[in-house]
Design a protein around this ligand. Structure first.
Ligand SMILES: *[C@@H]1O[C@H](CO)[C@@H](O)[C@H](O)[C@H]1NC(C)=O
Ligand SMILES: *[C@@H]1O[C@H](CO)[C@@H](O)[C@H](O)[C@H]1NC(C)=O
Length: 268
C-alpha cells in the first residue's frame, strides 16, 4: 500500500512512459503494474533502512503517543474532578443559603402576621371597644365623623397651643394630617367647628401654607380657589387658620394656635 503511494514520485521517467503505455493498453492491469514497479524499487530503500527498524520506530511512536495521550487524559480527568468537586461545594453552599433564606422568610412572615394582629387589635380598641357593647364606629372616640371622614378638633387652652409644624406633627402621630379642605361644604363644616377658646377667635390651623411662593395643601395640591384666602401675596413662613367667621387668615407659622386633623374613616 505504502509502495503504491510512493510509486509516482520515485519512478523514473522511462518507467513512467512504459507505465503510461501499459495504462492505455489495458487499464485493468494498472494496479498490478504499479505494484510490480514498487517491488522493483523497494529493495534499494529497505537495504539502507531495515524493516525491523521501521517497526521499532513505529512501535516507539505508538508507545510515545500512548504515554502522551494517557497523561493528557489524566490531566483533563484531574481538572474535571476538581471542577466537579468545586461544583458540589457550591451546590452545598447554595443549599445552605436556601435553607437560611427560607428560615428568614418564615421569620418575616411570622413577624408580619404578629404585626397584623397587633394592628387589628389596635383598630378594635380604637374604633369599637370604647363605646358600649363592642359596637364599632367609623371614627375613633373623640373624632368628629362626617360622611366617610373623621376630624379631630384640638382646642387646648393657649399654653398648650402649637405652631403649625408642631400641630402637623400631632396629626401625623394620630395617622392623619392637618385638614385639607376640598370644597365649600367642608370649608363651612371646618369653620362651624372652629369655635372660639376663652372667647378669643384664634382660628385653627389648616393643612395650608406657603411653599415655593404658592399656597399649597399638605397633600401636595395647590389652593385652587384663591378667594378663600384674603391676604396677598403668598409669603414664605405664612400658614392659614380658619376662625369661626369662615374668613381664613394668613398668619406666621410660628404662632401658637389650636388645630384640626383629618383622616379617612373606617368602612363598616
Ligand atoms: C443566615 O443569614 C444571616 C443574615 O445574612 C446570618 O446572620 C446567619 O449567620 C446565616 N445563618 C447561617 C446558618 O448561615
Ligand atoms: C397582613 O396584612 C396585609 C394587609 O394589610 C395582608 O396583605 C397580608 O397578607 C397580611 N400578612 C399576614 C402574614 O397575615
Amino acid at each position: 500500500m505504502a509502495a503504491s503511494l510512493k510509486n509516482p514520485n520515485v519512478s523514473s521517467s522511462a518507467e513512467e512512459i512504459e507505465e503510461d503505455a501499459d495504462y492505455y493498453n489495458a487499464a485493468a492491469c494498472t494496479v498490478e503494474k504499479r505494484e510490480s514497479t514498487a517491488d522493483h524499487k523497494f529493495p534499494s530503500f529497505s537495504g539502507s533502512f531495515p524493516k525491523i527498524t521501521v517497526c521499532w520506530l513505529t512501535l516507539l511512536v505508538i508507545i510515545g503517543l500512548r504515554i502522551y495521550f494517557t497523561s493528557v487524559i489524566a490531566a483533563t480527568n484531574d481538572k474535571l474532578i476538581t471542577e466537579l468537586h468545586n461544583l458540589q461545594l457550591k451546590n452545598q453552599q447554595l443549599e445552605t443559603d436556601k435553607k437560611n433564606l427560607t428560615a428568614q422568610l418564615e421569620n418575616m412572615e411570622t413577624a408580619e402576621m404578629e404585626l397584623n394582629i397587633s394592628r387589628a387589635q389596635w383598630t378594635y380598641d380604637q374604633y369599637c371597644k370604647i363605646k358600649a357593647g363592642g359596637k364599632c364606629y367609623s371614627c375613633q372616640n373623640g373624632w368628629l365623623p362626617s360622611g366617610s371622614i373623621c376630624y379631630d378638633v384640638n382646642d387646648p387652652a393657649p399654653p398648650d397651643q402649637r405652631s403649625w409644624e408642631e400641630a402637623r406633627e400631632d396629626c401625623r402621630g394620630k395617622m392623619s394630617d392637618l385638614v385639607v379642605v376640598v370644597n365649600e361644604a367642608e370649608k363651612r363644616l371646618v369653620s362651624d367647628h372652629s369655635w372660639p377658646i376663652g372667647e378669643v377667635d384664634h382660628g385653627y390651623w389648616l393643612g395650608l401654607r406657603v411653599e415655593d411662593g404658592k399656597w399649597k395643601w399638605v397633600d401636595g395640591n395647590d389652593l385652587t380657589d384663591l378667594s378663600w384666602i384674603q391676604q396677598l401675596p403668598a409669603t414664605e413662613g405664612q400658614c392659614v387658620v380658619s376662625p369661626s367667621s369662615n374668613e381664613w387668615r394668613s398668619v406666621s407659622c410660628n404662632e401658637k394656635k389650636p388645630w384640626i386633623c383629618k383622616k379617612k374613616g373606617l368602612t363598616l
